[in-house]
Design a protein around this ligand. Structure first.
Ligand SMILES: [Mg+2]
Length: 257
């Protein structure tokens, strides 16, 4: 078959988080939250004495959203998390100046919340040269699908590493609303690249986890599994027919005809 499109996952496929651990993720998000809180105080949206309550509500909602997203495969974007935490605080009678809160401001809060994580993502040493080589195949489309709650964060990482230009479509669950392995996010990405559902059989998904594998299978795409060097907790085993396994991202070049 002639491959019409190659769609990459983001985390641990093209980019890596050095020495990843649950603690490191949480530390990053907590630092980001403190930075967002500084802005909320600075803009006089919440007062110092309400900060602890805000953190409690925010963390509770973050956990609820996270669990629901795993169950429903729907994304709860970080912007929604900030909005609902602020609204909940107001509903409980705290003084919140929500009239000062504009959509753009919430987007900025979400970006700052993820800023520490944004700095941590580094491309694998073969990522850029692989994308560069692929981009030379004029009839090959290159896409990206990430299960991430903030679209801007993914775009920023690609931009900061001078890789955004290689992609015909950059899709996040934050913007689309549904997460991998829901096949709709795969079909949406194909559409953005000018391909229809029938083209799925001629497309390949490159990813590192079950959401990529199962989603690609449901959408009718071939999967290339990028094997990770770290094992993650609660990982599901991937057991699908015709699985291609690679250790380094540049091996995808062997499958493009
Ligand atoms: Mg991944």
């Amino acid at each position: 078959m002639r491959v019409k499109a190659l769609i990459f996952d983001f985390g641990f496929t093209l980019f890596s988080f050095e020495n990843p651990s649950i603690e490191k993720y949480f530390d990053c998000f907590n630092r980001g939250l403190l930075k967002s809180l500084d802005i909320l105080k600075q803009e006089k949206i919440i007062e110092e004495k309400e900060i602890d309550n805000f953190i409690k509500i925010f963390n509770r909602k973050r956990n609820t959203f996270f669990k629901s997203s795993l169950k429903t495969k729907e994304e709860f974007p970080t912007t929604l998390l900030f909005k609902s935490a602020l609204t909940a605080l107001k509903e409980r009678g705290y003084i919140i100046k929500v009239e000062n809160v504009k959509e753009e401001f919430i987007e900025n809060l979400a970006e700052i919340y993820h800023s520490c994580e944004e700095e941590e993502w580094k491309p694998y040493k073969e990522t850029k040269s692989t994308l560069e080589s692929l981009s030379k195949s004029s009839d090959l489309k290159i896409g990206l699908i990430s299960n991430h709650p903030n679209h801007k964060t993914i775009k920023n990482v690609l931009k900061n590493n001078e890789m955004k230009q290689y992609f015909d479509a950059i899709v996040t669950s934050a913007k689309f609303g549904k997460r991998k392995p829901n096949p709709d996010i795969f079909f949406h990405t194909l559409k953005k690249m000018g391909l229809n559902k029938d083209a799925a059989k001629d497309c390949m998904m490159v990813g590192d986890e079950a959401a990529d594998a199962v989603g690609a299978f449901r959408a009718g795409m071939q999967l290339i599994l990028k094997e990770r060097e770290y094992e993650f907790p609660f990982e599901r085993e991937i057991n699908l027919p015709n699985l291609i396994k690679i250790k380094s991202i540049n091996e995808v070049l062997n499958y493009i005809k």
